[in-house]
Design a protein around this ligand. Structure first.
Ligand code: GTP
Ligand code: MG
Length: 200
């Protein structure tokens, strides 16, 4: 087992306005702004963290977090955005049920683009994989406006895991977060990094 420093690439996908950029900024700089500025194109930020691998060895890794525009939903981002991804955060907004439904598109889009070598033998046509996806229901601070019950999101996470390995699949990892209050932001990225290290 190598103790070399490692870079893990995590891409964030989800509809426009769910809070992808806010989550990335909260995680990398600890800041939040209520003002909405749509992301144009794609960008990434890095943060050094420690993650325990499957042997319990603490490893220092550089998380490279890639953010993009949700508005480009029906356009292809091109393979370079996805290439070499080690994990994927699928973000929806707990006040917007459509954004949860749309995770099907985002997940399919991701699997189609990554495909090939980096995902090994994954059958993308069935949409089944053990690839590290972490599902994040953001804007948890807006409880009064909640339109996505927790169990509905958990159903989606079970369904998305499919019947990989004869129905033995675990549901996709799921967190409800708030980029505004910072709740579960660290946890979601940390889990993505942990799963990525396990998967490699
Ligand atoms: P695109 O770049 O268009 O894809 O959007 P995005 O997913 O990056 O959303 P962004 O992070 O820009 O956030 C959209 C709006 O939601 C902004 O006004 C944010 O301030 C707000 N927002 C983001 N996260 C939260 C949150 O956890 N709670 C609350 N209350 N507002 C949030
Ligand atoms: Mg954005």
């Amino acid at each position: 087992m190598s103790h070399q420093k490692k870079t893990l690439k995590i891409v964030i996908l989800g509809d426009s306005g769910v809070g992808k950029t806010s989550l990335m900024n909260r995680y990398s700089s600890g800041k939040f702004t209520g003002q909405y500025k749509a992301t144009i194109g794609a960008d990434f930020l890095s943060r050094e963290i420690f993650v325990s691998d499957q042997f319990g060895v603490r490893r220092q890794v550089t998380l490279q977090i890639w953010d993009t525009a949700g508005q480009e939903r029906f356009q292809s981002l091109g393979n370079s955005f996805y290439r070499g991804s080690d994990a994927c955060l699928l973000v929806y907004d707990i006040t917007d049920p459509h954004s949860l439904d749309n995770l099907d598109h985002w997940r399919r889009e991701f699997l189609q683009h990554v495909g090939g070598n980096s995902l090994g033998d994954i059958d993308t046509t069935l949409g089944q994989s053990s690839f590290p996806f972490v599902v994040v229901g953001n804007k948890m601070d807006k409880q009064g406006d909640r339109l996505v019950p927790l169990d509905r999101a958990e159903d989606w996470c079970r369904r998305a895991a499919g019947n990989f390995a004869m129905g033995m699949a675990r549901p996709l990892a799921h967190f409800e977060s708030s980029a505004k209050t910072a709740i579960n932001v660290e946890e979601a990225f940390q889990e993505a990094a942990r799963l990525a290290l396990q998967y490699e």
